[in-house]
Design a protein around this ligand. Structure first.
Ligand code: NAD
Length: 494
């Protein structure tokens, strides 16, 4: 097989392969794999009364079998319609694989922050311009009917800072759609004060590490004997949202992060990189370059060839290809980024015995917590805190003790089994009260995330064995496509 030409083609190749395995009718498959809608936008970026530049944006709605559709917004110089189509399609498969009830979508804006129109601005002007860009983007998407809490709910992706989520929400809530009470669901990853969830920002990176932990415990990585991260070596490509939180959690779990790369180069320290210090360095300088005490290589791809237990690509798509796959010295790869390995390189690496946990299950942590954030927004509620089941249980048990004790079934149980039911109710009320105090929103979310990541790991791995599929990626795609196709067929979507 010659190398496929583009990212979207890679995604389509994988979907078609899954379709062939499932024996799905070709016409239905072409309907499922093709985006339902594609929008191209021109976004003027203003400073005062001047338009500095007109940017191009693409919004792709891939599948609306479950609404709203969901997917991040990417602001990057490498954005093309092809990439956005591929990413939108990938969203459909990852949401389906993890049973998250949304269809896939994605937005990309072609923006190069190294261009003169931006570089020549003062820091204050840059802030103003970025805010204007986000507000105008929301406006153009709304005007074209491409967003809405029942249509497409967005999230950050590469280059989209967390503060932009608050601005995007504000624009939608105050100007574009001011009369709805569901507006907080228009974008996720907002600050907690604006209806965000404590833990969403870390969710994708932490989710990757939770999946690594599940695979280690499950002894599914034949090349790694250890059952925990303690003492394992990691190399991470990309130190943005995903990569930096992978590093944070893996470091705290005892792994040694020996190499980190970003778009300006790679740093290496076999003894282990001090992750809290690196996070501080990157927050101050915007790059891993110049981090003290580590060897530096100007090649951003050097990180891929570092001998280590686990490699986590967490930068961009198409990083490991037929040209460079032979560099890989890792025993296992967990894909934090979307589509970091081309199908051809993937096949070669699997043949070499490298365990690959594919993107559409490995990086779903953010999508899962976004789903919870949307749930929170639509229901105008929160997880944990004073309305937990535990808090209410404690209250109900205390307030209604007499009625519970007088209930015939409780009296019968007390008589027949000799239980001191009153004491039991008192103890249960105390335990529930303590749980209510201890369990805040973050604890609920992190517990749910860990459970989801383990569940998906086991579900897809078991599916692979049951259906005798050759690898985890194929299993994830077949499992996801099977679910989506069933929706299309039973609903009669044409
Ligand atoms: P980000 O913008 O926060 O960080 C991207 C990182 O990649 C930066 O460190 C950047 O320097 C580095 N990078 C960019 N180009 C590179 C190159 N050519 N070589 C090496 N490094 C390069 O983005 P992010 O949100 O962390 O997203 C990273 C990947 O994870 C993307 O593929 C994205 O689609 C995927 N993803 C993100 C989320 C999320 O919640 N943010 C969820 C699922 C998947």
């Amino acid at each position: 097989m010659g190398e496929v030409q583009s990212f979207y083609q890679s995604v389509r190749y994988r979907v078609r392969k899954a379709g062939e395995i499932l024996g799905i009718d070709k016409v239905l498959l072409s309907k499922i794999e093709t985006p339902v809608r594609v929008g191209e936008l021109t976004i003027p970026v203003e400073l005062g009364d001047r338009v500095l530049v007109n940017l191009t944006g693409y919004v792709v709605h891939h599948s609306e079998h479950k609404k709203p559709m969901r997917g991040g917004i990417r602001l990057h110089k490498g954005v093309t319609l092809d990439v956005v189509k591929g990413l939108a399609s990938d969203m459909t498969w990852k949401l389906a694989a993890a049973d998250i009830p949304h269809g896939g979508a994605k937005t990309g804006v072609v923006v190069d922050w190294e261009d003169d129109w931006y570089k020549s601005l003062s820091p204050k002007e840059k802030n103003v311009v970025e805010e204007n860009l986000i507000r105008r983007l929301a406006g153009e998407m709304h005007r074209a009917g491409l967003i809405g809490t029942g249509v497409y709910s967005c999230a950050p992706d590469v280059g989209f800072k967390q503060k932009y989520a608050d601005i995007f929400f504000d624009e939608y809530d105050m100007r574009l759609n001011p009369t709805s009470r569901e507006n907080k669901a228009i974008i996720t990853s907002k600050s907690v004060v604006n209806g965000g969830i404590d833990g969403r920002v870390e969710a994708t990176g932490y989710g990757v590490v939770m999946m690594i932990k599940a695979a280690l415990e499950d002894r599914r990585i034949p090349t790694i004997q250890r059952r925990t991260l303690d003492g394992l070596t990691l190399a991470i490509q990309g130190f943005g949202n995903v990569g930096s939180w992978v590093a944070d959690m893996a470091d705290r779990e005892g792994a040694r992060i020996i190499a980190v790369g970003d778009e300006r180069g790679t740093i290496l320290n076999e003894k282990g990189i001090d992750i809290p210090l690196l996070r501080k360095h990157v927050a101050e300088t915007g790059t891993v370059v110049g981090f003290p005490g580590a060897k530096f290589y100007g090649d951003p791809q050097a990180v891929l060839g570092v001998p280590c237990d686990i490699l986590v690509p967490a930068a961009l798509e198409n990083q490991i290809t037929l040209e460079n796959y032979h560099m890989i010295r890792a025993k296992a790869i967990f894909e934090g980024a979307n589509g970091p390995i081309t199908p051809e390189a993937d096949e070669r690496l699997i043949k070499e015995g490298i365990y690959i946990s594919p993107d559409i299950i490995t990086n779903i942590g953010g999508a899962f917590v976004s789903y919870l954030e949307i749930d929170k927004a639509i229901n105008n509620t929160r997880f944990g805190g004073s309305y937990t089941a535990e808090g209410l249980t404690a209250h109900v048990l205390r307030e209604h003790r007499k009625r519970i004790l007088q209930h015939p079934r409780v009296q019968e149980m007390s008589r027949q089994r000799g239980y001191d039911v009153e004491r039991f109710i008192n103890e249960l009320a105390i335990i529930s009260e303590v749980m209510d105090k201890v369990i805040d929103e973050r604890t609920v979310i992190m517990t749910a995330l860990e459970r989801k990541m383990r569940e998906v790991h086991y579900q897809i791995t078991d599916y692979m064995y049951q259906k005798k599929l050759p690898d985890l990626r194929t299993a994830a795609h077949v499992c996801a496509l099977e679910k989506v196709a069933k929706c299309y067929e039973t609903r009669g979507i044409t």
